[in-house]
Write a protein that binds this ligand. Structure first.
Ligand SMILES: Nc1nc2c(ncn2[C@@H]2O[C@H](COP(=O)(O)OP(=O)(O)OP(=O)(O)O)[C@@H](O)[C@H]2O)c(=O)[nH]1
Length: 642
């Protein structure tokens, strides 16, 4: 019965989609639409641009105004931040996924196709910005006129510069009483040499200056440098999974044209496929029959179709020798083990991870296993917020609950006799799980990942920020003046020292005024050891960590104390030991205890007693058993927090 209902539902959905397409084709064929949206547009009338900025400087609000101005949504529509479509984005009020909207705008009697990409601001989603920028010729660099230039402003500005994009510097929130556009223009000039007269001012909230900004996009950003006369070639900037249509891709067309029914092939595996779906995203899908060089369109090749971010889709005739892949591999900042909360959910979680990873190209997924948690996956993320958002999306979008082990940054080692070590090839190995670390005798050199951190702070906090960074093993680089009240400081910092709580500590010591961003600074030589945790003499693999020798005693003490707080007292005494190469660096003991939850009940109703025992049994289910010791599930991840 259930299968029958499901089939009827799928059948209806499939034909509803087909009917919409037929209707739209009819409209195009008979030129019923007054807009030129479905005609193949000449490249001079195309502008591909992105909005980039520091967190909360108003990108999504500005995108709303641009959608209103181009007639996509009605002014004053109930829903705000329309392009933040994920539940996690609405709940957290942050953008985590870049979204495209193709907009039509008539300027001086000519209709332009403007492809807008709204990007996230948080550093953990910077991969989305990098990915989006590959399809753009220009960016709106948005800066809050009250807060001024912040750390991510510096990062996105240099990214735009590196990609030779036209930058439209724009001040937002000029409606705020404390907005100080002149001060921010001075900052832009001193840091980026931007001339004050080229800076536009808007209030995304009130809609002030938005029309002028849109026209500046048309005037200042060049059309895409593409040719529609050669063979078809597009590169994929996003992918997602559709229940009925398989993998759908967002593609930027570099050359030629693409049509429904056309035969194409993927550069990665030369697989030949037929284009089944083609649409503009406005941001809702609008099916089209044909698209041309310079456009950003949705392409699908049916349920068996492929596609992954960075891959290229080309026409059958396209010469293979002409392709040069431009994608730079993602450097993952943290790795964690992901396991199903319940063994029966393993397959469901596996499917969910596969589908979500298709939509979140920044994660890397490899099989993993753990004695306490069973079969799972080792997943690489760009930071802890990324990890958090990924698990929340698994639950919200795929109803898959996951347990995560303590996250760890990747390390690199050079082994002495590579051939002597089982499973390892070559003499340099990237370690994503502390348990992979070979015997210290076999290791010639250790390397740990470093980042170049940029901090913009009011001058009165320079001392506190320096102390914090030095305490985290940072080395200072020369600083720059932002204006008379603010300075830009830079430090080379070990990634392991900033990944957990650096940002929160920085905010608290600067009364929330400092902002922080970082970029990869590669692996550098270090002195590291693997620290294991033993519970009553049994190794708990999930709690092993790699630490810098200068942090050894501190980390050992902190970890054992934290575990003492987190593991509930049990019927046996528990000895917690932090051990390095057989030597114990710290020890805590949890005394034996038998909890009788019904002890406080004197007589009374039997149902009350049963209820208490049931609650206790449910609590126990959430525990993981290691050497007969019950460890609460969240211990594995929470223990790392300072
Ligand atoms: N007063 C005022 N508030 C604004 C303006 N533009 C945006 N805001 C507010 O600033 C906050 C952040 O706006 P968003 O549009 O979510 O910022 P964002 O840059 O997209 O944020 P992330 O995607 O998380 O980086 C919201 O509360 C907006 O209402 C403006 O022009 N004036």
């Amino acid at each position: 019965m259930v299968i029958l209902i499901k089939n009827i539902y799928m059948f209806k959905k499939y034909y509803a989609h087909k009917a919409t397409r037929c209707l739209q084709r009819f409209i195009i064929k008979h030129n019923i639409s007054s807009e030129s949206s479905n005609k193949v547009i000449e490249k001079e009338k195309i502008r591909n641009f992105s909005i980039v900025a520091h967190v909360d400087h108003g990108k999504s609000t500005l995108a709303d105004r641009l959608l209103e101005l181009t007639g996509v949504i009605k002014p004053g529509a109930e829903q705000s931040q329309v392009l933040d479509q994920l539940q996690v984005e609405r709940e957290r009020g942050i953008t985590v996924k870049a979204v495209t909207a193709s907009l039509n705008y008539t300027y001086e009697n000519e209709t332009y196709l403007l492809n807008l990409i709204d990007t996230p601001g948080h550093v953990d989603f910077s991969n989305e910005v990098v990915r989006s920028i590959t399809a753009c010729q220009g960016v709106i660099l948005l800066v809050d006129a009250n807060e001024g230039v912040q750390a991510q402003t510096v990062a996105v500005h240099s990214l735009a510069k590196r990609n030779n994009l036209t930058i439209i510097p724009t001040l937002n929130k000029v409606d705020l009483p404390r907005a100080n556009p002149d001060r921010v223009k001075t900052q832009l000039n001193s840091l980026f040499h931007i001339e004050p007269e080229t800076v536009l001012s808007v209030s995304a909230k009130k809609g002030w200056g938005v029309k002028e900004l849109l026209e500046a996009v048309i005037k200042r950003i060049p059309p895409p440098p593409v040719s529609s006369d050669s063979h078809f070639r597009a590169h994929i900037i996003d992918t997602w999974h559709d229940k009925y249509r398989g993998v759908l891709c967002l593609a930027y067309i570099h050359s030629g044209n693409i049509q429904i029914g056309q035969s194409v092939r993927w550069m990665s595996d030369s697989k030949q496929q037929t284009v089944k779906y083609l649409a503009l995203l406005r941001p809702k899908e609008e099916p089209i029959d044909e698209a041309t060089a310079g456009q950003v369109v949705m392409v699908g090749c049916g349920p068996k179709g492929g596609g992954s971010v960075g891959d290229q889709l080309v026409s059958i005739e396209f010469p293979t020798t002409e392709i040069n892949s431009s994608t730079t591999p993602v450097r993952h900042m943290v790795y964690a083990g992901v396991f199903s909360a319940d063994k029966s959910q393993h397959t469901l979680l596996g499917e969910a991870i596969k589908k979500l990873a298709l939509n979140d190209s920044a994660v890397s997924v490899k099989p993993d296993s753990s004695p306490a948690l069973g079969q799972g996956w080792r997943v690489g993320f760009l930071g802890l917020l990324h990890l958090d958002v990924f698990t929340q999306r698994l639950l919200q979008e795929y109803k898959a609950e996951a347990i995560l082990t303590a996250p760890s940054v990747p390390y690199k080692i050079k082994v002495k006799g590579a051939k002597l070590i089982k499973h390892y090839k070559g003499d340099e190995i990237i370690i994503t799980n502390p348990l992979q670390l070979p015997d210290p005798h076999n290791i010639a050199e250790y390397y740990e990942p470093f980042v170049k951190g940029t901090i913009i702070t009011p001058v009165e906090y320079i001392g506190a920020v320096t102390t914090l960074c030095i305490d985290r093993r940072g080395s200072p680089l020369p600083s720059s003046v932002v204006d008379e009240n603010n300075t830009m400081m830079q430090f080379i910092l070990p990634l392991s020292e900033i990944v957990v709580d650096f940002h929160d500590t920085l905010k608290s010591i600067t009364a929330g005024f400092a902002s922080f961003d970082y970029e990869d600074y590669g692996f550098h030589k270090s002195v590291l050891v693997r620290m294991d945790i033993l519970l009553n003499g049994t190794l708990v693999e999930e709690l092993s960590t790699i630490v810098h020798v200068s942090r050894l005693e501190y980390s050992a003490r902190r970890l054992t104390e934290k575990l003492k707080e987190m593991i509930p007292r049990q019927m046996v005494q528990i000895a917690i030991q932090a051990v390095v190469s057989g030597k114990v660096y710290s020890r805590e003991t949890i005394k034996a205890y038998r909890k009788d939850v019904t002890a406080k009940l004197y007589g009374g109703d039997v149902t009350r007693r049963k209820k208490l025992l049931k609650q206790q049994a449910e609590g126990k289910k959430k525990m993981r058993s290691v050497a007969n010791i019950k460890i609460p599930r969240n211990t594995f991840i929470d223990v790392l927090k300072r």
